[in-house]
Design a protein around this ligand. Structure first.
Ligand code: ARG
Length: 460
């Protein structure tokens, strides 16, 4: 196969080198963006009278034909032609004749690949947003259903204070909401049109770059040709945002794995998102959560790959940059798969109501309330903490599971001014609803946040 750059070469490329330098196996997925970009470039060349209108039309017809060939599976990609760009260009010349060779006027593969990848990432960012929205809606619906479910809240993985399950779920909605914001914000830096930068110095033709940007719906064009072909920060930023998103999902996954274990028994995941064991008939495994948790690692890995790839690279374009694509594609694919499965898993999960006796029976969830009771009555908080600690110790020594099982006489022995109203403080529900500060877990506050998310999700 004759190489488009073959003019100055006398010897054939070594076959190992050919395989080594080819990216078409994976960059062929950019074909639609490559063709869309080429059509815009070609129309602009005609508009600027750099090529004739009739030539431009011919090229556009050829490009559309190639698109159909690829979509119907008839197109044969050839590794000898390195990448998606040269495969399409060679075929174009086959179809329309030598005039196809005019398409590349004022353009280099260096700015072409940047354009393709920016178009691709813009599209995929929107796809990811759509999947993230779906997950967020599912999460919101579950929060709405579980306002009156109370669970133990944990710190250090030890029972700490009771919280509403909805509050816990809304915490994830906050995190995922920020993830969505970050991805949108990244779009500003993805959505920049690089064509015209050519190899590195800018094209030597009077190109109408704004016109290309308009055709391809870019709000901005790049301001420096070397930056345009040489940097990949928009991609690294995307991978960083994806990593943060996956980090959030992995935390939630970890909890779902724990919560679906019989020791917790807070949730039942649907059969549709769990799998069985080939040996133990009773098992229903939370694989969707486990796999999402695991895939977080490779998304981090992709981010680190890109950072390492870019480290110390001199300006402007270097062939190293070809190695950016697999990390990017894998990140996009992984995040989309995870969001899709995770969204379905959340939507179909059944969160169980934990009986109050179970909440009262371990962990002394209301201990802080007793300390607050004392502090409200003038006992310095440190001393209140100490008295309550003694009460907890007494319970443990005497085999009682909850502070509310102590008698008023026992309490008075520790602090004489205890009155019967202490027992109102020691109920789980009362304890939750006293956290009535903005952002707290009291029913009133949780309802406020539910209303806020209802508005937010509607506006999106
Ligand atoms: N396949 C290349 C890449 O992905 C396209 C640009 C190649 N440019 C070059 N001068 N070899 O980066």
């Amino acid at each position: 196969m004759k190489k488009p750059w073959g003019g100055r070469f006398k010897k054939k490329t070594d076959s190992a080198m050919e395989r080594f330098s080819a990216s078409v196996d994976y960059d062929q997925r950019l074909y639609a963006y490559d063709i869309e970009g080429s059509i815009a470039h070609c129309k602009m060349l005609a508009k600027c009278k750099i090529i004739a209108a009739a030539e431009s039309k011919k090229i556009v017809v050829g490009l559309n034909k190639i698109r159909k060939e690829i979509e119907s599976g008839r197109f044969v990609f050839d590794a000898a032609l390195e990448d998606v760009h040269m495969n399409i260009e060679s075929r174009l010349i086959e179809i329309v004749g030598p005039v196809g060779g005019k398409l590349h006027t004022g353009r280099s593969r260096n700015d072409q690949i940047c354009l393709d990848v920016r178009l691709y990432l813009r599209h995929e960012t929107c796809e990811i947003q759509r999947l993230l929205q779906r997950l967020n809606r599912a999460l919101f619906a579950q929060a709405k259903k579980t306002v009156d479910h109370i669970i133990p809240g944990y710190t250090h993985m030890q029972r700490a204070q009771p919280v509403r399950l909805a509050h816990h779920l809304l915490a994830y909605l906050e995190m995922l909401g920020r993830d969505a914001d970050r991805l949108w914000d990244n779009l500003k830096r993805i959505d920049v049109m690089p064509l015209g930068a050519a190899a590195l110095a800018g094209a030597g033709y009077p190109l109408d770059r704004a016109y290309v940007a308009k055709l391809l719906k870019f709000p901005e064009i790049s301001h420096n040709s070397m930056d345009a072909v040489g940097d990949r920060d928009f991609m690294i930023e995307f991978c960083a945002n994806a990593s943060i998103l996956m980090m959030h999902l992995s935390r939630f996954c970890e909890e779902l794995v724990l919560w679906s274990a019989s020791e917790f028994d807070f949730v039942e995941l649907s059969d549709a998102f769990t799998t069985g064991s080939s040996i133990m008939p009773q098992k229903k495994n939370p694989d969707a959560a486990e796999l999402t948790r695991a895939k977080t690692g490779r998304v981090y890995g992709n981010l680190v790959s890109l950072l390492a790839l870019m480290k110390s690279l001199p300006m402007a374009y270097n062939r190293d940059l070809q190695e950016d694509k697999e990390a990017l594609f894998d990140t996009v694919d992984t995040v989309k798969d995870c969001l899709e499965v995770f969204g379905g898993m959340i939507q179909s999960a059944r969160f169980k109501k934990i009986p109050v006796q179970r909440l009262e029976s371990a962990g002394f969830l209301t201990a802080t309330e007793m300390a607050d009771y004392l502090a409200e009555r003038g006992v310095p908080f440190r001393q209140a903490h100490e008295i309550t600690g003694k009460a907890v110790a007494l319970c443990i020594e005497s085999g009682r599971q909850s502070l509310s099982e102590l008698s008023l006489a026992e309490l008075k022995a520790m602090w004489p001014k205890f009155k019967a109203d202490i027992f109102d403080y020691l109920t789980i529900e009362g304890c939750v609803d006293r956290k009535n500060v903005y952002g707290g877990t009291a029913r009133k506050q949780v309802m406020k946040q539910i209303a806020r998310w209802e508005r937010k999700l509607k506006n999106n």
